[in-house]
Each structure stands twice: as structure tokens, then as C-alpha cells.
Design a protein around this ligand. Structure first.
Ligand code: ARG
Length: 289
């Protein structure tokens, strides 16, 4: 028994999105060798927005502003640098906003408040290293996927847990820390807690789950690979174990009620993928391993 089974749950949605991503990215290239930093402040462009679906009729929550909801505790996608929110998803939002002639505004909130904020018309989109899942697709639209992630396990260096199989061993009874309502939570709940093999402790931030690991309150943390690397780099005595979870597609979540804005943002993101901008932003935060 291993993580393959649970991973299959999200496969259909993920597959559809990866195919789309593959198409969008197929013409990309070129610019990665000398990445130009994205503008720090998103300067609305004077020229006609290239990604406008045609009639330019989209509306946003606040006129002239692209309001993005995130949970800024997920490095390198979104995190605090002093009192500023930085990261891949922030730069992507600024690049999308610039293409559409809008100014980006970032709203930090709990991870599981992002989709409700979009549904309630408080945010135009959510970018939060958010995985496309079938359940979320019932609530929101997702744009083309701009990158991928995979769930990993963080343990202490001296942990008795040495591989994902240990979590599934007969009679296992680990306490697992996760960020509430993330895919790490959903997968471990359905595969381990419901099978009576683990207790899941849900935290509002991934970093809090990692603190619980450092103080011995949980036996491991299941979280996306890039934040995991960043938490392990920031804390002594932790290491990462691989799982066999499928690769998850990250995309921007948007309202089902605002088709014009959805099309404009999706087209802008596809262009940013195709011209290498997305890759150059990601490459500045994530070094290939
Ligand atoms: N990829 C996972 C999910 O979508 C975790 C995302 C958590 N993101 C964050 N900004 N805290 O469920």
C-alpha cells in the first residue's frame, strides 16, 4: 500500500490541465538565459492589452485593479519579506495585471478562505500554489496550469519514519501535521486517517505544522515539495522523504460567474507561459535540483 492509490483520485482533473499546459507551453522558449526581473510594482501598460478577449468588457472587483487572494505562508510561492508579500504567485499576478492594464492588489487570508472570497466577489482570482482538484472545480474555474508540485513528507533527521511505506504499515499510528484543507490534508485524511493508520493535526499554516514537528507534537508533516524545501532549509534537523503522490497542477482559481475576466486572465497567463516569462520568474525562486 502506498500513496499511488490516493493520488489517482485527482488524476482526471490533473491530466486535463497538464494537457492544456502542454499546449500553452509548446511554443515557449528563448528568454530564459537572461531572465529580466518582473516589475516590482505592476505598472499598467499604456498599450492595448494583448490578452483582452476582444471586446475589452471584463469587469473586476475594483475598477482598474486585479485583486488576488492568497495565503502568504507558502514559500517560494507567497511569503512575507518584512511587511511585503513576495513570491512567484505575486510576480505572476503582477505580470498578468500589467498585460490587462490593471494594478495588482494582494489580499492575504487563510488558505481555505480563498475560494469563498472568489465566490463572494471579494477577489478576482486566487493564486496560492493551489492544486486543481475535481472538488475545487465544482466551486471555481481554473486557468491553464503554470507549474506543478508534489506532496512530500518532512521528518526529523532521527525519525523512525524512513519512507512513505512506514506511514501505511500495518498497525501504524502516526500523528501527521498538515495545512488545513490543502491537498496534503485531503490525501492523508482519506488514505491514512480513514484507514485508522494516523491522526491528522490540521494547522492554519504549513510553518505551524513544521513547528509542531520540531517540538515533537507531530511525527511528520505532509506538504508540497517547494515549501517543504524552504522549511527544511530554515530549520535544523529536518529532512524530506519522497512520496509516490502524483504531480499536482497549480493554477489560478477564478469565479465561474465572470467568464470575460476568466478568458482574459487565462489568455494572459498562456502568453506569459509561451513567451518564457513564467519560466524566468519561477527560475529566480527555484533552482533545479
Ligand atoms: N497545493 C496545495 C493545495 O492546493 C497546498 C497549497 C497551499 N498554499 C498556500 N498558499 N498556503 O491544496
Amino acid at each position: 500500500m502506498n500513496f499511488k492509490k490516493l493520488a489517482a483520485l485527482g488524476l482526471s482533473a490533473a491530466l486535463g490541465l497538464s494537457l492544456l499546459a502542454g499546449c500553452a507551453g509548446s511554443g515557449s522558449g528563448g528568454t530564459a538565459a537572461t531572465p529580466t526581473p518582473a516589475p516590482v510594482e505592476s505598472a499598467p501598460q499604456a498599450s492595448a492589452p494583448a490578452s483582452d478577449p476582444g471586446d475589452g468588457s471584463f469587469t473586476t472587483v475594483t475598477e482598474g485593479v486585479l485583486t488576488m487572494a492568497t495565503n502568504a505562508a507558502f514559500p517560494p510561492y507567497e511569503y512575507y519579506e518584512g511587511d511585503q508579500i513576495a513570491g512567484i504567485d505575486i510576480e505572476l499576478t503582477e505580470a498578468i495585471a500589467a498585460k490587462l492594464g490593471l494594478t495588482a492588489k494582494i489580499e492575504d487570508m487563510e488558505f481555505d478562505s480563498i475560494i469563498p472570497a472568489i465566490q463572494q466577489g471579494k477577489a478576482d482570482l486566487g493564486l496560492a500554489g493551489m492544486t486543481v482538484t475535481d472538488e475545487r472545480l465544482e466551486a471555481v474555474n481554473f486557468t491553464v496550469s503554470y507549474t506543478t508540485g508534489v506532496q512530500v513528507i518532512i521528518v526529523t533527521e532521527d525519525s523512525a519514519i524512513t519512507s512513505s511505506d512506514d506511514l501505511f504499515a500495518e498497525g501504524a499510528s502516526n500523528t501527521i501535521g498538515v495545512q488545513r484543507n490543502t491537498t496534503g490534508d485531503l490525501y492523508t485524511t482519506s488514505d491514512l486517517e480513514e484507514a485508522g493508520l494516523a491522526t491528522i493535526d490540521r494547522y492554519s499554516r504549513g510553518a505551524d505544522a513544521v513547528q509542531a514537528l520540531l517540538t515533537g507534537k507531530v511525527d511528520c508533516v505532509v506538504i508540497d515539495n517547494e515549501p517543504a524545501k524552504s522549511f527544511v532549509a530554515a530549520n535544523e534537523g529536518l529532512k524530506i522523504l519522497d512520496t509516490e503522490y502524483i504531480t499536482e497542477d497549480y493554477a489560478a482559481a477564478m469565479s465561474k460567474e465572470n467568464e470575460a475576466l476568466y478568458k482574459a486572465v487565462d489568455a494572459a497567463l498562456q502568453e506569459l507561459i509561451a513567451d518564457g516569462t513564467v519560466k524566468s520568474i519561477i527560475d529566480r525562486y527555484i533552482t533545479a535540483d
